[in-house]
Design a protein around this ligand. Structure first.
Ligand code: GAL
Length: 551
């Protein structure tokens, strides 16, 4: 075997090992086995809005942070304490700096100054947690539009102060910022333009302070943020809300303590949050903070709520009062197997693979280990009914059996051929883990290559178009083998069949001799081998793509 053949043989082995079968030849890839690149998982934490509304202050934030630790939630992976609307009443000093109420945000340690938001951030960080803050993209925030429990107060948005405010948030030490849209909507601004400006202000604040600010867009799905939010303004990780609030805040001992979360509300936000083509490589659809553990849902509904958010790969931001969680709610929020589904490093979202009859649905989330799927059998009807999941609908081989495990109980249910069926109670769901074998993938090399070329470099001037692509599933799972020898994530824009593009993040692979593997999901809506995938680089350098592969 000459050197060339031996490299090819090694490559073939490694690709088969990662679940790929090369059909045809002509491509010579990077020397090392392509490695699965773990993408940043969706954020996990707590947010003040659902249970405290505009009453949020330092004491509440600190109590919740302490409860996140003492309940064991932080050990389970929850880390953000996010301060939502109501922390600031729109006041600025003569230089335009935000001024906060010193009584609401007092000194917490000797030497601190009352009215400095850095105090609460330090206290949250001292507990090993991260801190989040909130503003609006417009001049006014929701405080003017609909103040809930607070007084009406204009001017608590960041418009005209983007650079100043986001730099301030980073200097205070915040790690996460949620940017609402009440003021933006009132002024009829374009969210894609406004949030790109904000992303640039965040990037500037990050480069000045060296402190990372996770970006959470909250415009309730207006103008389809999943089409423009991934990598907006060059920010490499973000989440965007896909709908309105599940419920208005339910604050104990207040005029709105009688409100109740509803199960249909949870289902509706879940449905509006499904955009699998945009959820990849660290970008996430956000169906809203959870109402799990709040008045209105029983334990079984809380379990379904958690199953829906986990299968969506949704941000897990708890809205309940953490000091008052029941043991059952806490167990639901911290079940390690369920959290692992949500946080799976493949970073993909579930999609509905079948609906055997109206209201009986099978949802599948591909997981990072080849052959593994998290599957939700969802019964939206008013009576118990059997629901079957077919291996062929999951992209698994039908010639081998697959094992099935109940995720909530951890019980092994056995090995099954072709399908698994079980009765799902009315308005309930069963979450199962399936381990089978991947159906064969077909590889499309980016180009005929020589040993010295590791993939086709994508640049602004040289896009890459792969034609004649066929898929056995309309929502295709696409493996991309690439190299990025740089130290930072590179971006390529993918357009399928000339339709709306999505920006895909390609993290560093170490060198241009080491290929990485990421997965995305795309709607391949043309039949036969008629689909066309074009990758272009919004800015140079882009990644070098070796091949794509799909079922
Ligand atoms: C809404 C947002 C909520 C909460 C609230 C504060 O627009 O969807 O999550 O932040 O504003 O007023």
């Amino acid at each position: 075997m000459d050197q060339h053949e031996s490299k090819s043989a090694k490559l073939l082995f490694s690709l088969v090992f990662t679940g790929v079968v090369l059909l045809g030849s002509g491509s010579l890839h990077a020397q090392n086995a392509p490695k699965q690149i773990a993408v940043p998982p969706p954020p996990m934490g707590w947010s003040s809005w659902n249970s405290f509304s505009n009453t949020i202050d330092s004491q509440i934030a600190l109590e919740q942070a302490k409860a996140m630790v003492s309940t064991g939630m932080s050990k389970a992976g929850y880390q953000y304490i996010n301060i939502d609307e109501g922390w600031w009443l729109g006041e600025r000093d003569k230089d335009g700096n935000i001024v906060v109420d010193p009584k609401a945000w007092p000194a917490l340690a000797p030497g601190e100054r009352a009215g400095d938001m850095a105090n609460i951030v330090r206290a949250i960080h001292a507990l090993g947690l991260k801190a989040g803050i909130y503003t609006d993209a417009g001049h006014d925030g929701c405080g003017t539009v609909g103040p809930d429990l607070g007084p009406g107060y204009p001017g608590e948005g960041s418009e005209s102060h983007y650079e100043q405010d986001f730099l301030q948030f980073a200097k205070w030490g915040f790690d996460y910022v949620k940017v609402d849209w009440c003021g933006g909507a009132k002024e009829k601004l374009d969210p894609a333009i406004q949030y790109a400006e904000i992303a640039r202000a965040i990037a500037r604040a990050e480069s000045i302070t060296g402190h990372r600010l996770y970006f959470s867009i909250c415009n309730w799905g207006v103008n389809s943020p999943w089409t423009w939010a991934p990598n907006i303004g060059g920010v490499t990780a973000d989440v965007w809300r896909t709908s309105g609030d599940i419920v208005a805040p339910i604050v104990a001992n207040s005029k709105n303590s009688g409100r109740k979360a509803s199960f249909p509300g949870v289902l509706s936000n879940f449905d509006q949050g499904i955009h699998p083509e945009a959820q990849h490589t660290g970008f996430y659809n956000d169906p809203d903070m959870m109402v799990l553990g709040m008045p209105g849902l029983n334990d079984a509904q809380n379990r379904v709520h958690m199953s829906l958010w986990a299968i969506s790969g949704a941000p897990l931001l708890v809205g309940a009062d953490l000091t008052k969680l029941s043991a059952t709610t806490l167990a639901t929020l911290t079940n390690p197997a369920v959290l692992a589904i949500d946080q799976d490093p493949l970073g993909l979202q579930a999609f509905k693979v079948s609906e055997p009859s109206k209201g009986l649905e099978v949802w599948s989330k591909p997981l990072s280990t080849a052959g593994e799927r998290a599957v939700l059998l969802l019964n939206r009807t008013a009576s118990a009914a059997p629901i079957a999941v077919n291996w062929s609908d999951l992209g698994l081989l039908t010639s081998s059996s697959a094992t099935v495990k109940d995720i909530w109980s951890g019980k092994d249910l056995g090995a099954f051929n072709l399908a698994y069926s079980t009765t799902v109670p009315a308005a309930d769901a069963i979450l199962i883990f399936i381990r089978g074998h991947e159906a064969k993938l077909t590889t499309y090399p980016a180009a005929k290559q020589t040993a010295s070329v590791h993939g086709v470099p994508i640049t602004k001037d040289h896009p890459l178009t792969i034609t004649h692509v066929s898929s056995s599933a309309r929502m295709a799972r696409i493996q991309i083998v690439y190299t990025n020898p740089g130290r930072t994530t590179r971006i390529a824009e993918l357009r399928v069949n000339g339709q709306i593009a999505t920006r895909v993040a390609f993290p560093p692979t170490g060198s241009n001799a080491t290929a990485g593997v990421i997965w995305i999901q795309s709607l391949l809506d043309r039949s036969g081998a008629e689909n066309v995938l074009s990758f272009s680089a919004p800015c140079d350098p882009g990644p070098a793509i070796e091949s794509i592969a799909l079922e």
